[in-house]
Design a protein around this ligand. Sequence first.
Ligand SMILES: [Zn+2]
Ligand SMILES: [Zn+2]
Length: 187
Amino acid sequence: MPPEPEEPPPVSNAATIAGMQELWPSLGSAGHPELCYRRCLHFARGVCSHGSGCHFCHVTTHPPDRKMQRSDRELLHGLSLPDLLRVTWRVLAWRIQARRAQAEPIFEVLALELQDAQRAQSQGPMGPMGPAGRRPTDQELQALQWSLSRSSMNFASLITFISSRCRPASRDQLLALLAQMTQEARP
Ligand SMILES: [Zn+2]
Ligand SMILES: [Zn+2]
């Protein structure tokens, strides 16, 4: 039985000024560009029948989807959790700087995951392995970080991906905190 997920820590509302609600063209646009859902393809082509109730992002300046190269995606998916957190940390911090105070609890959960994963790794019989059966070099990790920072994976999609690699309790906590941030960005 996995342990019960802990209550997520309360998120500070200091950044949310009463009455200063943000306006979004659709439900899925809340928190654009870092917390929104993917760009709505119907809306981009001209008409979306869901209107403001659409769960995808309707911000007209939404950048087109930029995928990472296949080799980069494979490298990303094969990383050990500590390497994954090292590669994504700065990209996450950079992406969410406008809402940094609200995102602090998410970084705290990630920091605890990193500590734990590093401890587990140092006790394991073998070091971390990449897809090629060896640990990626620092240069490879830097190149991956660069490619990630240029991709269209926003803060929300990166956290969702990272959470799938964390322990169940941390995963639930990360997703709850993310949902809370999106909720706060909604009018
Ligand atoms: Zn958007
Ligand atoms: Zn739409």
